[in-house]
Design a protein around this ligand. Sequence first.
Ligand SMILES: NC(=O)c1ccc[n+]([C@@H]2O[C@H](COP(=O)([O-])OP(=O)(O)OC[C@H]3O[C@@H](n4cnc5c(N)ncnc54)[C@H](O)[C@@H]3O)[C@@H](O)[C@H]2O)c1
Ligand SMILES: O=C(O)C(=O)C[C@@H](O)[C@H](O)[C@H](O)COP(=O)(O)O
Ligand SMILES: [Zn+2]
Length: 360
Amino acid sequence: MKTVRVELGNRSYPIYVGEGLLVRVGELTRQHLPGRRLMVISNSTVTGLYGEFLKRNLEAAGWKVLWAEMLDGEEHKNLATVSRLYDLAVEGGLERGDAILAFGGGVVGDVAGFVAATFMRGIAWGQVPTTLLAQVDASVGGKVGVNHPKGKNLIGAFHQPRLVVADVATLRSLPRREIASGMAEVVKYGVIRSASFFAWLEENVEELLSLVPEALTHAVATSCRIKAEVVAADERESGLRAILNFGHTVGHALEAMTDYTRFTHGEAVAIGMVVASRLARHLGLGFTAEEEERLVNLLEAIGLPTSLPPGTDPRELLLFMQRDKKVKEGKLTFVLPRRIGEVEVVREVPQEILLEVLSA
Ligand SMILES: NC(=O)c1ccc[n+]([C@@H]2O[C@H](COP(=O)([O-])OP(=O)(O)OC[C@H]3O[C@@H](n4cnc5c(N)ncnc54)[C@H](O)[C@@H]3O)[C@@H](O)[C@H]2O)c1
Ligand SMILES: O=C(O)C(=O)C[C@@H](O)[C@H](O)[C@H](O)COP(=O)(O)O
Ligand SMILES: [Zn+2]
């Protein structure tokens, strides 16, 4: 097992990564979470696969478990779902001193975290992420929230979990498309912060896609270490943390524009990272054609899309981008690569250049 810590003073917390950790969730939650009742928020898919096992494990550790299921899918990451979960929490007698455990992918994590942030003005919570994307990204850093029909994650809060337990063995039941989706965020870390990790990914892409446990554990722990460093330096995104949004300005717009049903988050981010790379080259930030080719090749080897779907209307996409949370005084902000391993936050990208890149 590897342990990464998110250092945030008295709100610091551990991320445990390894194979077969599900069996330790009862013991670990007892160590890190308060209370007698634990409201587990999951969805039907994850509950069907691992629900019985986890419930028994938590009960054996002494928890009174309230099991709550939400509908599966990004289109259910909304306030209607949150409202139903509040009802279940009230009916189940959840108290301020109790806790919530998110058990599932990033959608479950973001929704459960938002319920934890707001129920009784905030209660303790933990994360047991079961998708690659949630293990490398969504379970870490305390961004929680839901979508608005017109914009991604427009409603939310910052509320750090007290622990994260990532069992890479749970990834064996994940559809291949979801493995690829999670890999998009893994590639993101290489581009924004570590050329050596990017090169390691190029070397080990086959092992990762074949779910070799040692390779997965290394990729998850390294991704979490990079995210933990960034979050520790800038928890509320007043500066540095924006780099974690590489690929997301276009990615989030694409997700919202297609009603959260056409692309997975990782697929949309993959396309967004390629658009950002093209933009960086147009603006002469130093990112080379060879580097762009390495990025595209790696994404393609993973099986991710690298271009906007045919027929995308750049002006419509721009409308959705204008609701991005990084917009300041009406101006779009992009995270653009200078080279593999380093990005820059660029304010005021000229709209003509953006439209030219999107049209191409
Ligand atoms: N809070 C953050 O910092 C942060 C970071 C990145 C992404 N996100 C959010 O995360 C969400 C995407 O998360 P995701 O990619 O995990 O999608 P997801 O939660 O929709 O999960 C993908 C699919 O995998 C299924 N699944 C989950 N675990 C499984 C398992 N072990 N075996 C089989 N199937 C399983 C789910 O039921 C779902 O159908 C987006 O809403 C995105 O905005 C948040
Ligand atoms: O944790 C962060 O900060 C990120 O930007 C991570 C992203 O991968 C993630 O998709 C996040 O939910 C985006 O946040 P948002 O503030 O742009 O909605
Ligand atoms: Zn993301």
